[in-house]
Design a binder for this molecule. Structure first.
Ligand code: IDC
Length: 417
């Protein structure tokens, strides 16, 4: 019934999750490839669309990682010029996110908001996510590929690893409901089906998380899904390399973005350890993500927020670097695939002032002169004051600015700068 598209080899010393007392150890890693639907491996390949004349995709073509005038790697157009993508991320499709993921709204985002990218967040196991709803892929991702193409805007397809935080957990790689390798199957389907689409980018895992960094300020009493040790070398890099093996077998140069440790807040862990193929060759067209929520992740100020990162200066290492970490924007190609104007809970502390400071850095005021692309969380009314919309209606045309929240207005203005 199922078949693997590639010869996907199992790792000998694979530590498979144990099911003792009937409970799945969601923190253990599944290191071998599992089953992939033959329907995914044989899915019909979509023909190349015609992008509207003068649209972002028409002008820039299939993006790649190249260097800017300072010799720093960054996101570039097909002809090697640095570009900046800016737009919105969907919310979870299992919640209110789906209401806004429509053809008309992609037109509004392109024409009225001036966005040139949309990000679709595919939550996997949370509360009726993709593991329980294949229409998240077959209806929404597939629809968006066509709707964004019709607008000539880019689409970032995000495998929204969040709970559990280990991208190699059985809940992604050997799901208890079907036994399927959901991650391998998802990327097989997408990479094969969309190989001729110039406007697609992949985010290989949203926010791997686990309490694993030095000077840890948390204890380990968090939710059981918080793996205490989810690291770049042990979990994230191997996950990315496995997914790249699949993706690159169909689409040899599509830009892929790797999640980084601790809710994608530590691209520095990648330095010197970028993903390689089986011959040990570095993959090209790879980027690394950094996520920030302005009130929580900033210059380390002592402000009262629901989620605090006091004393951690996140801004400095992006601007100039520090004694131990080189300027990240000089060292790695970075894509901020998700950020919020509030604290990391999403619910409180809208901070346009701190958002402005980040926008300044990402508009090129950094030692690498790297201009950074971003998607804002989220194109929804859900999840607190970081939401851009006051309501979810499913059709925002003609577009009316009065549906925007304070955060939505801030982003709308940024997109017009
Ligand atoms: C939040 C949603 C919220 C949902 C929660 C589930 O807004 O409605 O209940 O996820 O955990 C992230 C994540 C993103 C979070 C967002 C806000 O990538 O999934 O969305 N956030 O908390 N990282 C930092 C903040």
């Amino acid at each position: 019934m199922t078949t693997a598209a590639l010869t996907l080899t199992a790792c000998d010393n694979a530590k498979q999750p144990q099911q003792s007392n009937g409970e799945l150890d969601v923190n253990a890693s599944v290191t071998s490839f599992g089953t992939i639907d033959s329907a995914s491996a044989n899915v019909e390949i979509l023909p190349t669309p015609t992008y509207p004349k003068g649209s972002p995709v028409d002008q820039w073509g299939k993006l790649k990682v190249d260097t800017n005038a300072a010799g720093v790697r960054c996101l570039c157009s097909a002809d090697g010029k640095p570009v900046q993508l800016r737009g919105m991320s969907s919310h979870g499709l299992q919640w209110k996110g789906a209401a806004n993921v429509t053809e008309a709204n992609m037109a509004a985002l392109r024409k009225d908001w001036n966005a040139n990218i949309f990000r679709i967040a595919i939550y996997v196991d949370e509360e009726g996510g993709y593991a329980y709803n294949s229409n998240h892929r077959d209806v929404y991702v597939d629809g968006l590929v066509k709707w964004t193409a019709a607008q000539g805007m880019y689409l970032l397809i995000d495998w929204h690893v969040l709970s559990p935080g280990n991208p190699m957990s059985a809940l992604y790689r050997k799901h208890p409901r079907t036994g399927k390798d959901l991650a391998a199957d998802f990327f097989t389907y997408c990479a094969r089906r969309y190989q001729n689409q110039k406007h697609i980018l992949y985010e290989l895992c949203n926010e791997p998380n686990g309490l694993n960094f030095e000077n840890e300020k948390y204890n380990d009493n968090g939710p059981k899904y918080w793996n205490p040790r989810v690291t770049w070398l042990e979990h994230i890099k191997p996950h990315c390399e496995q997914m790249l093996k699949i993706i690159r077998s169909y689409d040899k140069d599509v830009v892929c973005i790797c999640g980084t440790p601790h809710w994608s807040q530590r691209p520095q862990d990648v330095i010197g350890h970028e993903p390689v193929d089986e011959k040990g060759q570095a993959y090209n067209n790879l980027m690394y993500t950094f996520h920030f929520y302005a009130a929580s992740h900033n210059d380390g100020r002592h402000d009262e927020t629901a989620v605090k990162f006091w004393d951690i200066d996140f801004m400095k290492i992006f601007k100039n670097g520090c004694d131990t970490i080189p300027c990240l924007l000089k060292t790695l190609p970075i894509f901020v695939t998700e950020w919020g104007t509030t604290d990391a809970s999403g619910w409180t502390n809208f901070r346009p002032d701190l958002s402005d400071m980040w926008m300044d850095i990402f508009n090129g005021n950094n030692d690498g002169k790297q201009v950074v692309s971003w998607c804002n969380w989220s194109f929804s009314s859900d999840g607190g004051v970081c939401a851009a919309l006051k309501w979810d209606d499913g059709n925002m045309q003609p577009f009316d600015k009065s549906i925007l929240t304070e955060s939505g207005k801030y982003i709308f203005d940024q997109l017009h700068k």
